[in-house]
Design a protein around this ligand. Structure first.
Ligand SMILES: Nc1ncnc2c1ncn2[C@@H]1O[C@H](COP(=O)(O)OP(=O)(O)OP(=O)(O)O)[C@@H](O)[C@H]1O
Length: 391
């Protein structure tokens, strides 16, 4: 203890107590829980002249969230009435402290059953398409951000081994263009967060694209399984899965591991594409998943003269929905028709999703409306809004 500083632990009324209470408002940006709950706050001492010294224990050396945590601790402490200056002592947890933290987090989760099991309150959407390049990843990324903007706790698993583009679409790349790596705390993997969305991607675990493309069934299955178990998502309201196009191994693994997932089929307005789009929905259904709707992307591009350029024709979404409705109790609907948009493409290239970068763009409006639609349960809890949870 430094001379002249009053002792910790503190009473709620003491200055130390009020500093500790204020630190309860500092959230670890990766784990998304208050640092006080994560035992990341060490000693708190305030001297008679109001100079405060706060000890902060980071989970690992080189923790990417270190600067943010230190800044937030400094600001929260400085805001406490009576504090005149702040010093933050940053250290790293011991092996035992780290173990205690992961055990605590895992125990909290285990008490509520498997992370995304049937009893979990997380609504899971698997986003699929018949073929590549129809905008499935762009839709997934923007939809996730739009849901997070509504205050929901949202995660994405990018399982598109052939084109893991979610990190790039959400700006989770460094200056050299390399995908941001998740933080590991012992066995636990903390997903990077972008625009309020927790993201884990195949691309974060391979050094070059060709590696993942070579993976076959068992390896893919294990990877998805690990994403579902070892990645600490916390309590999510919505989990979106970006699947590879078509009806391959990943779709089957997701079907086995998450048979209660709801499937969204993305297709273009080209009626000829309805065939392959339908197939991806039918395969998902065989594993017990429910197709909840079709999203038509790359629909007509509005022209300055008021006409609409239908580059990919029209009617493909409705045709896919019609086919997927055959023999079903309730019809599969077209949930959104998203127009072609230069801003959407440019936002994707820049890692800046259009729903926040340019919300008045017609494609952003359609994606935001889609998020509003999906944020309302349409099943037996008809009309009930998804509850908000602490992420
Ligand atoms: N509505 C749209 N308007 C303009 N460009 C779009 C639109 N949707 C997607 N794109 C662009 O089309 C390209 C393909 O999109 P994206 O990567 O999202 O497709 P995908 O279906 O996920 O492809 P894959 O499955 O092969 O990874 C991207 O360059 C994207 O910016």
């Amino acid at each position: 203890m430094t001379e002249g500083l009053s002792p910790d632990p503190a009473t709620p009324q003491s200055l130390e107590g009020r500093v500790r209470a204020a630190l309860g408002g500092v959230v670890d940006p990766e784990i998304r829980r208050p640092i006080t709950e994560l035992d990341m706050v060490g000693s708190v001492e305030v001297s008679a002249d109001g100079s405060a010294r706060v000890g902060v224990r980071l989970t690992i050396v080189g923790c990417p969230a270190a600067d943010t945590i230190e800044r937030d601790v400094r600001e929260a402490t400085a805001r406490v009435d009576g504090v005149t200056s702040v010093e933050v002592d940053v250290s790293v947890m011991t092996q035992e402290q780290r173990k205690a933290l992961t055990t605590k987090l895992q125990a909290g989760r285990a008490a509520r059953g498997p992370q995304f099991g049937r009893d979990s309150l997380t609504r899971i959407f698997a986003v699929t398409s018949g073929k590549g390049g129809v905008g499935k990843s762009s839709v997934t990324a923007n939809l996730a951000v739009a849901l997070a903007e509504r205050g929901l706790a949202v995660g994405i698993i990018d399982a598109d081994v052939f084109g893991f583009s979610i990190p790039g679409l959400l700006g989770l790349v460094d200056e050299s263009g390399a995908t941001v790596k998740p933080t590991r705390v012992d066995e636990m993997i903390l997903p990077p967060v972008a625009y309020g969305v927790k993201v884990i991607s195949v691309g974060m675990f391979v050094d070059d694209t060709s590696t993942a493309v070579m993976w076959r069934g068992p390896m893919l299955h294990r990877t998805i399984e690990q994403f579902l178990t070892d990645v600490y998502f916390g309590d999510l309201d919505v989990l979106l899965l970006d699947l590879p196009p078509g009806t391959g191994d990943v779709a089957l693994s997701i079907g086995q591991l998450l048979p209660h997932a709801e499937v969204l089929v993305v297709t273009t307005p080209q009626p000829a594409a309805a065939d392959v789009a339908e197939r991806s929905g039918v395969v998902a259904r065989r594993t017990g998943q429910r197709v909840v709707g079709v999203i038509e992307n790359m629909a007509g591009l509005p022209q300055p003269d008021g006409t609409v350029l239908e580059l990919f024709g029209s009617g493909g979404g409705a045709e896919t929905a019609r086919r997927l409705s055959i023999g079903q109790e309730s019809p599969v609907e077209v949930l959104a028709s998203i127009p072609l948009s230069v801003a959407l493409r440019a936002g994707g290239d820049a890692g800046s999703p259009i729903v926040v970068a340019d919300p008045s763009d017609a494609a952003a409006i359609a994606l935001t409306a889609l998020a509003s639609r999906l944020a309302v349960r349409t099943d037996s809890l008809a009309g009930r809004r998804l509850g908000l949870s602490v992420s």
